[in-house]
Design a protein around this ligand. Sequence first.
Ligand code: FAD
Length: 454
Amino acid sequence: MTAMNFRRARLLKAGIMGSGPVVYWMSRDQRTSENWALIFCQDIAIKNGLPLSVIFCLVPEFLGASRRHYSFMLEGLREVERKLDEMNINFFLLNGSPESEIPGFIDEHRASLLVADFSPLRISLNWKKEVAKQISIPFYEVDAHNIVPCWLSSNKQEYAARTFRPKIYRLLPEFLDEIPVLHRNSVCFEENSDNRWDAAEIYRTSTDEKRSAIRHIAPGEDAAKRRLRSFIQEKLSLYEKERNDPSKDGQSGLSPYLHFGHISAQRVALDVLASMKEPGSFLEELVVRKELSDNFCYYNSNYDSRLGFPDWSRKSLDEHQRDLREYIYTTEDLEKARTHDQLWNAAEREMTILGKMHGYMRMYWAKKILEWTESPAEALNAAIYLNDRYEIDGRDPNGYTSIAWSIGGVHDRAFKERPIFGKIRYMSYKGMRSKFDVQGYIEHVSRLEQISET
Ligand SMILES: Cc1cc2nc3c(=O)[nH]c(=O)nc-3n(C[C@H](O)[C@H](O)[C@H](O)COP(=O)(O)OP(=O)(O)OC[C@H]3O[C@@H](n4cnc5c(N)ncnc54)[C@H](O)[C@@H]3O)c2cc1C
């Protein structure tokens, strides 16, 4: 049996163990299989003959998440509950703010130890700080999302992919290991979890948005594994050639599952490597770019503000702030896809209606928002608002970092100076037309829209 490398865990707060269950506070990694935080908990539970419980704290408002996100998440969590039940592990769905719910649960059940999964986002770091202040049992954090724990891959904000890549590749032999399976727990926690799924349904069924449910992406860990299998069998060999062509379906489609933690990035990397010797560009995205995003958000608390941009780009954007804009759109114009550019409008609809814009279009989409709004700060706010509200994989370090890359030059270099963009890398409609079948993409989105409306 493979064992867990305990360097994946770190102690957030020392304390005295209680007599009740080991508690895993599941948050970012919403799966039962191949979840290092859960494996860590089970290891401690078995060694100490203790039961193991998993809790998830459902908050009514999370970074602008909408009905489509809650719906996707709740279906995934019900699957988690079913699978944990088969493993003799209780699952508790708490409703309310983690700062009060988690310490309350720990007190009530005399928990022995608390383990949380890792996220670099401010909201999650603050929750943990507040929870730590209120509990007296040991509190650990395990990075179950990244292959190399974020705090080990680098101890500072990396300048670019080229500075991060050698660091992460040096640590992959240590961390890209086989993942142990979860065992059926022998000691069961007697308490009945009796989850209030009916109360949670309110988030899923609210009618505030007309076209918000996403039906064509099935949530949950089983669906995630199916998606990975079909990507490897049918698309991986063409990924290099087709991933940047929005008129083709050449990407993996795994980001919603990775975002909600329905699948482990480590499993994806292991399976991809087992089926192809050198999946260069796919691993570059999945490992280097994705883990670099966590690095940026973790070490730069201004990850969603222009203050997080590098000095050269802030200076350059400031110098061009007053440049004449040929088109200026409000956030509402953008949201309703009411621009003069049919390619951009199709991308926007792909996101607002279908829930996932093609990766190559996302760069163009964000750069045009910079070009068509009053200021870089307004562009950044609009892009984050739309991305978080409509992308099923939104509210993710990948989103904040990629938007900061597109609008603020983060992890990028300075380019030849031009109006509005200053030294930020530019993308044009003409450039897009020379790279792929623009009309084919627009028609592809229209077809999908029609299917989704029937
Ligand atoms: C403006 C903008 C906004 C974005 N917003 C998000 C977002 O909210 N959530 C999100 O997960 N990604 C975001 N991305 C990054 C990227 O576009 C998506 O991860 C990718 O398109 C998701 O589709 P896929 O899983 O089919 O990708 P694939 O090409 O199959 O890639 C596999 C995985 O690699 C990772 N990956 C791919 N490209 C990147 C990248 N550029 N940076 C970091 N990781 C990457 C993702 O985890 C992805 O699921 C954004 C990019 C831009 C330019």
